[in-house]
Design a protein. Structure first.
Length: 66
């Protein structure tokens, strides 16, 4: 299995966190209870979202790079 970004093969990435609203009342009251880690390739910008509750920082990069 190849290592690096699946789009361009670059081996450096950034990890950021985002929070989003759900549906129904959480959307109405702007309650952001869905949390994700966003892994983005530093070269081409390709990004993937990972559920923050089910992953850790190092595991997220392992998933992204294969």
């Amino acid at each position: 299995m190849a290592k690096g970004c699946i789009k361009c093969g670059h081996t450096e990435a950034t990890v950021k966190e985002i929070a989003t609203t759900g549906t129904g009342l959480s959307k109405l009251f702007d309650i952001q209870h869905n949390q994700f880690k966003v892994v983005s390739c530093k070269n081409c910008g390709y990004s993937e979202l990972y559920n923050k509750k089910s992953s850790t920082g190092s595991n997220v990069l392992d998933f992204f790079f294969g």
